[in-house]
Design a protein. Structure first.
Lengths: 299, 111
């Protein structure tokens, strides 16, 4: 019997992936756009800076609070460095110690094919261990978003921003559910010219529960023990729709999911941005740690 | 592979008064850092000495020993170089009543 070439190629691709200890824990689509392991550096995860013109005071407060992501060994006062899954290092996104504070790291690309993309990562989160308590309701949320825009020749082009967050706690209530967002804030001109606008899409208003999105994650038993969690999100750049979402052993129905959609902007064509964020629910820093990220596409 | 080398903006357009400090920055991978403190606006009042602080846990801070005068005028830049700091870094300064400075603090870290 002859095996079709495409089946052979796929079998070979999978065999190579599964034999590679660095990639075997991911399920990438045929093209790997980036594979980030933080023992090799920051891998392009930079600070999300807000727009401004003439004066930094024009930056919206939501962005002004952001700081640079760090390479962390998850060092703890009581037990030393926790380390990552395959090296000592993880990317760390830390908020300020003020209730509701957020921080965002971003990776900025563009795309060359409008099709399925896959975002996979291993992550964990904890509050700063400033008290001898579990602190399971100190982190408000961790999450991710994409910032996408169609190509300059596409009809009906939009800027599309799928957002998903794990709402761990809100005002001390241990909520533990996935949420999405369709609302942003009103666009405001920044500075004295007409070239720059800004909106704060991570404003606290407008989050909606993902249907069936309740999930209890492994949190462990003191503030300095963490466990890595797998996450996968598939999105179609052609239809600009979410296709699939998995966190650890749970897959979620994305038929009720929708993204923030706004008219295309004049300078963001083929934009393919990825953001990771953390929010704190108390006057204590919240930390999102990311062991590794694999972004892949079907092209 | 080239050794890691990164510029981190740890305080941007923050107005420092009283006992002020940048957010904790974890950089145990780096062997050296050059820290710049730039005054984005005209500082008000007498300007204090800025100091590098290090920490065993990112929560409890100890003066490392490196100090420099805060910039005395808008766009003035203070510089501190440190090559032995463990894992945690921040910049701190104590402003007298009525004194302040709006700062841009950047850390230039190298493995």
């Amino acid at each position: 019997m002859t095996i079709p070439t495409n089946e052979m190629a796929e079998a070979l691709r999978l065999a190579l992936l599964r034999a590679d200890p660095k990639l075997s824990r991911f399920d990438p689509l045929p093209r790997i756009i980036s594979h980030d392991e933080f023992a090799t550096g920051h891998c392009g995860w930079s600070q999300l800076v807000g727009n401004y013109e003439d004066d930094l005071d024009t930056m919206l407060p939501g962005y002004a609070q952001h700081t640079s992501a760090m390479l962390s060994t998850l060092g703890h006062w009581d037990s030393g460095s926790h380390g990552g899954m395959a090296s000592s290092y993880a990317l760390k996104i830390a908020t300020r110690p003020r209730t509701g504070a957020q921080n965002v790291a971003i990776k900025r690309h563009t795309f060359r094919h409008r099709g399925r993309i896959r975002f996979e990562l291993y992550f964990t989160f904890k509050p700063e261990a400033s008290e001898l308590k579990l602190g399971e309701t100190d982190v408000r949320s961790v999450g991710f978003l994409f910032d996408l825009q169609a190509g300059d020749r596409d009809g009906g082009a939009e800027r599309v921003m799928p957002h998903l967050r794990f709402l761990n706690a809100l005002d001390g209530d241990h909520v533990q559910r996935w949420q999405f967002k369709q609302q942003t804030t009103e666009f405001k001109p920044v500075g004295s010219g007409d070239k720059t606008l800004s909106h704060y899409h991570l404003a606290p208003e407008g989050w909606e529960d993902l249907p069936g999105g309740e999930q209890r994650l492994c949190y462990n038993e003191i503030a300095t023990k963490v466990n890595w969690t797998y996450l996968r999100f598939d999105f179609d750049l052609d239809t600009m729709k979410a296709l699939d979402f998995q966190c650890n052993d749970r897959r979620f129905d994305m038929s009720g999911f929708e993204s923030i959609r706004i008219p295309a902007m004049k300078n963001l064509w083929c934009m393919l941005n990825f953001c990771l964020f953390a929010e704190t629910d108390t006057d204590k820093r919240a930390f999102l740690y990311v062991d590794s990220v694999c972004i892949s596409g079907d092209f | 592979m080239l050794p890691e080398n990164i510029t981190s903006v740890v305080s941007r357009n923050e107005t420092w008064t009283g006992t002020a400090a940048s957010e904790p920055h974890e950089a145990g991978w780096a062997r050296e850092v050059v820290i710049f403190v730039r005054a984005l606006k005209e500082p008000k009042g007498p300007q204090p000495v800025a100091r590098v602080e290090i920490s065993p846990d990112g929560m409890r801070w100890v003066a490392e020993g490196t100090v420099t005068a805060m910039p005395a005028e808008r766009d003035g830049i203070a510089v501190m170089r440190v090559a032995h700091f463990g894992n945690w870094l921040r910049v701190a300064a104590d402003f007298a009543d009525g004194s302040q400075s709006t700062v841009l603090v950047t850390m230039h870290l190298k493995a």
